[in-house]
Design a protein around this ligand. Structure first.
Ligand code: GAL
Length: 492
């Protein structure tokens, strides 16, 4: 069926992005570093989940991952070769404070590793963008008090970790991200129970948890602790260090299933708000959750105190935007399920006319849908009016996960080339024609890596990794060169 109906031929734009636009690739510590128990590192909830077995698709662990802990110098050299001007990576909390808590000892070898990485990047003129938290809560904090479920105990521990990082790295790191995708962390870890710490109401899947309350409690903890950390950075560090700090939110575009039906239009908007405004409204717009969430969730949605609300509103210098795909959304006539987190809708692959949302990747939820990316950039810009940094965007390629050894052919990732070409085209048009203020872009991701519950079966990299070799040999895919060419054309 008219699968590509959305993709219109548009004129190729040039020199439409700011001259100070930065671009590169994003990674996360747990997905690449390996060395999970070396040089004093403590375990995180993801090490525990993988080692317990049964939850990772290929039964793998991240014990080695891409071994970037060992090969960071080669990785920086490779990033340089790919032409990037920036690199987004995350810090492993339990490498820096193995037990995680505010009174627990600091691991100097962990600090040393990140100092080395930061220095290597700067020596190569690559700007570091550092994420404090990309899903890897120290296991000791999970054991002590249930991690983020206990906002009172957790917050000072996160504050101490963040403050230590500003002290140690802030002389050279000028771009900070507190949390990566608080929504996905909450929903996948506490509603679906498929990510660490693997909690949900479904007793056939998880031993404990409550999908109807815990995701919202955890989301609240993330928002409040984020805001406290930002206030500290702005007061104590920014005057001297002069950097910027913000949060990265996940969000995909929701399009009405029947564009003519007001109930589907309302449903799509409600889903955007459950998906995105859940975190973005408190931070950028109102200091509170969207009304449609309060209406559906009632007291299961926590409330901000006046003080928290003031702290949260305005607590991000930029909009960190992670986006991959788009969905069709159809209203439901029934009343919402207690475990619903999407605004009581059906999420579909086709619209009323049978048009598919895009070409299917190797990842079940991910279809190439640049048409929605442009709409989403506009929706975010109009609703929040802060500069957008795209902090993640990318795809897997059909069949690529089955390739274990590299051949010249397997590095010709045409599907990924089409993805990046069409999304960057959408971005350029959003900037040039719609006036959206976009200042940075990070592709997901640099090397193929350990893709959480999918293990090594989802290859998202612009660099192929041969996981069977002891040194996790890297081979550049064609898309990496295409992305570089596109930015050379687009940036003034
Ligand atoms: C994001 C996440 C990344 C990566 C990506 C692809 O949600 O932040 O770590 O896994 O999805 O699935």
């Amino acid at each position: 069926m008219a699968q590509h109906q959305h993709q219109q031929k548009q004129q190729q734009l040039e020199n439409v992005l700011r001259s100070d636009f930065v671009w590169g690739y994003a990674t996360a510590a747990a997905q690449i570093e390996g060395a999970w128990d070396r040089d004093g590192r403590g375990p995180s909830i993801w090490d525990t989940l993988a080692h317990a077995g049964g939850k990772i698709k290929d039964a793998s662990t991240a014990d080695e991952a891409t071994r970037s802990y060992d090969f960071y110098k080669q990785d920086v050299a490779l990033l340089k070769q790919l032409g990037v001007t920036a690199y987004r990576f995350s810090l492993s909390w339990s490498r820096i404070i193995p037990l995680g808590g505010r009174q627990d000892p600091v691991n100097q070898l962990g600090i040393q590793f990140y100092n080395n990485l930061i220095d290597e990047l700067l020596a190569n003129d690559i700007v570091p963008f550092v994420t404090l938290f990309h899903w890897d809560v120290p296991q000791a904090l999970e054991d002590r008090y249930g991690g983020m479920l206990d906002q009172v105990q957790y917050t000072p521990d996160f504050v101490r970790f963040a403050t230590l990082c500003f002290e140690q790295f802030g002389d050279r790191v000028k771009n900070w991200i507190t949390y990566n995708e608080p929504g996905v962390f909450s929903l996948a870890g506490y509603a679906a129970g498929v990510h660490a710490p693997a909690r949900s109401s479904d007793r056939s899947l998880n031993e404990s948890g409550d999908s109807s309350t815990e995701p919202f409690i955890v989301g609240h903890t993330e928002l409040v602790s984020h805001a406290i950390v930002v206030e500290i950075y702005r007061r104590q560090f920014k005057p001297v260090q002069g950097g910027q700090i913000g949060i990265t939110l996940s969000g995909n575009w929701s399009e009405p299933w029947d564009a003519e039906d007001e109930r589907d239009q309302a449903a799509a908007e409600r889903t955007r708000q459950f998906d995105i405004a859940w975190f973005a409204d408190p931070v950028y717009r109102t200091g509170d959750y969207p009304q449609c969430m309060r209406d559906q969730l009632g007291d299961r949605l926590p409330r901000f105190t006046t003080e928290q609300s003031k702290l949260v509103l305005g607590s991000s210098d930029f909009y960190g935007m992670n986006s991959y795909t788009s969905f069709y959304v159809k209203h439901r006539d029934s009343s919402p399920d207690i475990n619903d987190h999407k605004g009581n809708v059906d999420i579909l692959d086709h619209n009323k006319q049978g048009v598919r949302r895009g070409s299917q990747s190797d990842t079940y939820w991910l279809c190439t849908s640049p048409w929605g990316f442009r709409k989403l950039l506009n929706w975010i810009w109009q609703r929040y009016q802060v500069p957008i940094f795209v902090t993640e965007n990318g795809t897997t390629v059909p069949g690529e996960s089955k390739i274990t050894h590299v051949t010249a052919n397997s590095l010709h990732d045409t599907f990924r080339i089409n993805f990046f070409t069409s999304y960057l085209d959408a971005l350029a048009h959003a900037v040039a024609e719609d006036g959206v203020d976009v200042r940075a872009y990070f592709g997901w991701t640099f090397c193929d890596n350990w893709e959480w519950a999918a293990g090594y079966t989802d290859r998202f990299g612009v660099v192929f990794v041969d996981f069977d070799t002891p040194e996790k040999k890297r081979y550049v895919k064609k898309s990496a060169y295409v992305v570089c060419d596109i930015f050379n054309r687009l940036i003034k």
